[in-house]
Structures are given as structure tokens and as C-alpha cells.
Design a binder for this molecule. Structure first.
Ligand code: FE2
Ligand code: FE2
Length: 179
């Protein structure tokens, strides 16, 4: 697998760990237990800061290049790019709901649970489409020359949670996620 695709694939594995943490928090919330709101907030902030702002735009560069130069998986790529556009607003809504729940707005917990359920499912389905249908085709189609053309369009940005330099505010979350 080429380095850029390899990096995106590693991101997915990390995101699954984070979504797994959110899944556990969801179960606690549903059982009306004491979920860790602060770490859940950190997890959602991370979704906004890295997957929404860095990972998806990076995929867009690869996907758009592929659409311009090849015919395969056109429908899937178009759908994925469209989902990338919608995701930041979904994350923002989740962040607001969580903050409302924290400030004790009545009935907010139930809404938060169903929204979080939907959010996790969407993220997982999105990654599954990429991993199962799109990445393998991109991997087997693009040449080294094409990858170097793509690379020249990219900026190098580190992951603040799973990268080399972990942001201070994410250190507690990282401990939980890799537990
Ligand atoms: Fe994506
Ligand atoms: Fe992705």
C-alpha cells in the first residue's frame, strides 16, 4: 500500500478505537450511568479537529485526483466526498448536544443517545465503504508517478491525538482510548 493510503488506513484504525470509546460512553449514557462527559467532549472535539479538518480533506485530494484521471468507483467517490462535506456540521451538532446535556437541559440525554448512535454508525459505514471498495481500487490503479503528483498537493499535518506530538488536552483521552 502506498504511504498516503497507508497513513489514511492507520487513521481509520485509530478512529475505530475512538468510536469504540464513544460506543462505550453511549452504553453508559443509555443505562443512565455516569459517563465521562469531559473525555466524551474531548473525543468529539478531536473528531472536529482531525478527521473533519485534516483526514477528510486529505482523502478529497486523493479522491478528486482519481475522479479526474480514472473511471472506476466514480459513484462511491462522489458519495464519499459529499459525506465529507456534511460531516463537520454533524460533529458540530453533536458537540452542542453534549454541551446542552452537560448544562442539564431536560430530555437532552435521550436525544443525545440516538444522535450519537446515528453518528457512530455513519462514521463506521463511511470508513467501511472506503476500506472495502475504494481504497483497494485506488491502491491497485494509481502509479508511483500519480502518487507523487498527489503528494505535491498535500501539506503534512500531524494527528494531535494519535500522532507523534500528542496535544496536552488529549492526553487523558488517549489513555482511555488505548486502554
Ligand atoms: Fe472519508
Ligand atoms: Fe477516511
Amino acid at each position: 500500500m502506498k504511504p498516503i493510503l497507508d497513513k489514511l488506513h492507520t487513521d481509520h484504525k485509530n478512529f475505530l478505537k475512538l468510536l469504540n470509546f464513544l460506543e462505550n460512553q453511549l452504553q453508559i449514557l443509555k443505562d443512565c450511568g455516569h459517563s465521562d462527559f469531559e473525555l466524551t467532549l474531548d473525543a468529539i472535539r478531536y473528531m472536529k479537529e482531525y478527521p473533519d479538518l485534516i483526514h477528510h480533506p486529505l482523502e478529497n485530494v486523493v479522491f478528486k485526483y482519481f475522479i479526474e484521471h480514472h473511471e472506476e468507483v466514480y459513484d462511491e467517490l462522489t458519495e464519499l466526498i459529499h459525506e465529507h462535506e456534511e460531516m463537520p456540521a454533524l460533529t458540530e451538532t453533536l458537540l452542542e448536544m453534549l454541551q446542552n446535556t452537560l448544562s442539564g437541559v431536560p430530555q437532552e440525554r435521550e436525544r443525545l443517545c440516538s444522535y450519537l448512535r446515528e453518528y457512530i454508525n455513519k462514521q463506521v459505514e463511511h470508513m467501511n465503504l472506503e476500506e472495502a471498495y475504494v481504497y483497494p481500487v485506488i491502491d491497485s490503479t494509481l502509479t508511483d508517478k500519480e502518487w507523487s503528483e498527489i503528494k505535491s498537493e498535500l501539506e503534512n499535518v500531524d494527528d494531535p491525538l494519535f500522532g507523534k506530538n500528542i496535544k496536552k488536552s488529549y492526553q487523558a483521552l488517549l489513555q482511555k482510548v488505548i486502554d
